[in-house]
Design a protein around this ligand. Structure first.
Ligand SMILES: Nc1ncnc2c1ncn2[C@@H]1O[C@H](COP(=O)(O)OP(=O)(O)OP(=O)(O)O)[C@@H](O)[C@H]1O
Length: 259
């Protein structure tokens, strides 16, 4: 089994406080891998380390065999790892199609071009429509991004992330703040766009995790407590104990969470 993303002994200290401690994470190629854990466990910090928003105190991060520990965030996208929802914010006054086209343009011509030949624009529009179809947003192509519901905005963000052609996609709480219908729609969407790529996501909603994730790493107090399938980690007494007394209502792994 090939590991597309691997950390070894990853640590992050803030002042004297160790938020992430000796995390060795192995993400298998093609998996949807979830990072879960009670509030304050260190999920966001690990995510920020992986995407280079934070520099580790010690440890290494290897992407597809290359050590990326010292890389800048922007360099990662060129190397095939893209984080959604942070760098791919939508432009509210542009239409959905224009938003995806801008993302495609950024990928194909990083230097700003004022004018594009018609045939280039046609090609970008055709590809943008393909991506919108992939996320079920083709009927909203001419809608202003600002006029979309929250869940549909996130679908557009997934399309703009896909425009970067990521082999590894990092999703930071993709269903956070969504109603039941949007959660189901975005969950289906993540499953669909996972074809041919690897996804690592921080997710609190256990229905989403149990429904689509192949492998789960459970963090507690900065360290990996357990790893495995949902069935394995949800049956692990240490995991149940870690969630016990946590105010992480959605993440109450002990409350079941079958798809
Ligand atoms: N910049 C910082 N400075 C100091 N402490 C920090 C900083 N960022 C995070 N921490 C601390 O590190 C620990 C882990 O935080 P982190 O946000 O990574 O947890 P989390 O698992 O993502 O939590 P949540 O589920 O609540 O988002 C917490 O105790 C937090 O207070």
């Amino acid at each position: 089994m090939t590991h597309v993303l691997e950390t070894a002994g990853l640590c992050k200290e803030f002042g004297g406080f160790r938020a992430v401690s000796d995390v060795s994470l192995k993400v298998r190629e093609g998996d949807i891998h979830a990072l879960i854990g009670p509030n304050g466990a260190g999920k966001t910090t690990v995510f920020n380390l992986l995407t280079k928003f934070l520099q580790p105190t010690s440890g290494t991060i290897v992407l597809e065999g290359r050590d990326i520990t010292g890389e800048k965030p922007a360099a990662l996208a060129r190397q095939g790892m893209v984080r959604s929802f942070q760098i791919s914010a939508t432009f509210p006054d542009l239409t959905v199609l224009e938003n995806v086209r801008v993302a495609l343009q950024r990928r194909s011509a990083p230097t700003y071009a004022f004018w594009l030949p018609g045939r280039v624009l046609d090609r970008l529009n055709a590809r943008a429509m393909e991506l919108l179809e992939l996320v079920d947003m083709q009927d909203f192509a001419q809608t202003r991004a600002a006029d979309l519901s929250y869940g549909r905005k996130r679908s557009v963000e997934i399309a703009t992330t896909l425009a970067m052609e990521p082999r590894v996609m990092l999703l930071d709480e993709p269903t956070q703040g969504m109603g039941h219908e949007d959660v189901e729609r975005v969950t289906r969407l993540i499953k669909r766009v996972s074809a041919g790529r690897t996804i690592l996501m921080v997710e609190h909603n256990m229905k989403v995790v149990s429904g689509i994730c192949d492998r789960i790493s459970v963090l507690q107090r900065g360290s990996i407590l357990a790893e495995g399938s949902y069935a394995e980690v949800s049956a692990d007494p240490r995991v149940l104990e870690a969630y016990m007394g946590s105010d992480d209502a959605d993440g109450d792994i002990g409350a079941g969470g079958e798809p």
